[in-house]
Design a protein around this ligand. Structure first.
Ligand code: TYD
Ligand code: MG
Length: 456
């Protein structure tokens, strides 16, 4: 029998159980139930005084009061991912691996926004004020008018924020907050949920924007509760590959904007530098492109981004050849390989196949099919694609090349970066800024790649 007030809370989904069990019945996760004091099981609500319901007063969609303008932080890459600035009264959760640069990013956001006249507070439960000052000094922000505090008790934080109203408040991180209304330890689902709920309420009431930092677990979820993701208005993730200096900010959920925008930053000695032209970064300085490389003209949100697909088809030493892929979907690779085999007569049997998206970017677009196929064919045939050629197009199972969205924007970006031709769906040729070798079937594209004196 559980002690009075004790319950078992699933650390994955937040479901409350009266008894311990090996598996959570709500989300089927194993070994996630942890006893937390002070979280009542459902149905065991605290006795409340019966109050009379007041009913609803409905209103129209047309707003009578003017919505306040968004807070532009001055970090254009950050603002774009938020949908054009931070919305007053909203709560934004920023997740990321430890050490990826969340604290650095938000300190920079605070300092830049403060320099533009917004009142900003940075509350850290992870670092001492002196450490943050040292970091700000290194980043050249020692004079920025940011109000700094090191605090973890939610009661004190709320009290402080009620006394001084800020336009923008950063809380680093939600896992360090604790409330003395709950006996569970900091970082537990109960604590995190309770503290975030309080902060979200305060944000709405005071019309200030709250940016919350959340740590990410090994499997890439924001540590502790998914429930927090439902409570906030936007969830951004800050990602970076180990060994690469650049970091990508993505929106996973955004009530005030699109979720396919990315912000690109480069981590340097003095903090994060915005990368306004990511294509140049992802392509690197290319000498002669080798066989197996194809430059994909992709779209990340509203922005065209050029990245290199690299493929290697090597004789396999194993009975079952390996298929390894980094930065792209392995199911999609299997499909493209099958189409190459079945429709184009290229055989990958007995060969290990490796596919890599250079620079650590993750590509999700179907438009990348043709670039992957071109890279694979180029490696298999040992013929390099022309140096100045970009590739895009969707490949169907029948071996057709389908048109993709925003073809003109892709070609414009390629032209801007000095590319002179494109291998693309036939439909892309109209009004294109560079010559397009339009192809309607994958076999046709592979034949062109095989011709040594490849001409557009
Ligand atoms: P940090 O913002 O503390 O990460 P998080 O809050 O996500 O845990 O960033 C830590 C890393 O960033 C650390 O490995 C050092 C690096 N860094 C730089 O390279 N340059 C800088 O100017 C700063 C501030 C950090
Ligand atoms: Mg940090």
């Amino acid at each position: 029998m559980a002690r009075d007030g004790a319950a078992y809370v699933c650390q994955s989904c937040g479901a409350v159980h009266t008894k311990w069990a090996g598996q959570c019945v709500a989300c089927s996760a194993w070994n996630t139930l942890v006893e937390e004091l002070g979280s009542r099981p459902p149905g065991a609500l605290a006795p409340t005084k019966a109050t009379k319901a007041r009913g609803l007063s409905f209103m129209g969609l047309e707003s009578e009061t003017l919505t306040p303008p968004r807070i532009e932080t001055g970090l254009a890459e950050f603002d774009r991912v938020c949908g054009g600035g931070v919305v007053p009264g909203s709560a934004v959760l920023i997740g990321g691996d430890p050490g990826v640069g969340k604290s650095t990013l938000l300190l920079q956001v605070c300092a830049e926004a403060a320099a533009r006249g917004a009142s900003c507070a940075y509350i850290s439960g992870e670092e001492a004020a002196e450490q943050i000052r040292a970091r700000a000094g290194r980043m050249g922000y020692s004079r920025a008018p940011v109000s700094l505090a090191a605090e973890t008790a939610i009661r004190d934080i709320l009290d402080g924020l009620k006394r001084d109203r800020f336009d923008l408040v950063v809380i680093d991180s939600i896992q360090t907050l604790w409330s003395d209304n709950h006996e569970a330890g900091p970082g537990s689902v109960t604590q995190v949920r309770a503290c975030v709920a309080e902060l979200v309420r305060l944000a709405k009431k005071q019309n200030c924007a709250i940016l919350l930092v959340g740590h990410v677990t090994k499997d890439g979820q924001i540590a502790g509760p998914r429930v927090v993701e439902h409570m906030v208005d936007a969830v951004l993730s800050f990602e970076g590959e180990r060994g690469y200096p650049f970091r990508i900010l993505r929106a996973a959920k955004n009530r005030f904007g699109a979720t396919d925008e990315i912000g690109v930053f480069e981590m340097g000695e003095t903090g994060l530098r915005q990368v306004h032209n990511p294509s140049a970064l992802f392509l690197g300085d290319s000498g002669q492109r080798a066989a197996g490389a194809a430059v994909f003209a992709g779209m990340e949100g509203s922005r065209p981004v050029l990245v290199e697909f690299q493929a290697l088809a090597a004789p396999s030493a194993y009975g079952t050849p390996r298929r390894a892929v980094v930065g792209w979907d392995s199911g999609r690779l299997a499909m493209v390989l099958a189409v190459l085999e079945a429709r184009c007569g290229l055989s990958f049997a007995g060969r290990d196949v490796y596919l890599n998206v250079a620079g650590g970017l993750r590509i999700n677009e179907p438009a990348a099919d043709l670039a992957a196929a071109a890279a694979l064919a180029s490696s298999a045939l040992d013929v390099a694609l022309p140096q100045d050629c970009v590739v895009f197009g969707e490949v169907s199972l029948s071996g057709e090349i389908r048109s993709v969205c925003r073809m003109e924007a892709r070609l414009k970006e390629a032209a801007k970066l000095g590319f002179k031709r494109a291998l693309a769906p036939s439909g892309a040729a109209d009004g294109a800024p560079i010559p397009v070798a339009g192809v309607s079937r994958l076999a046709e594209a592979i034949r062109r790649i095989g011709e040594e004196d490849w001409k557009a």
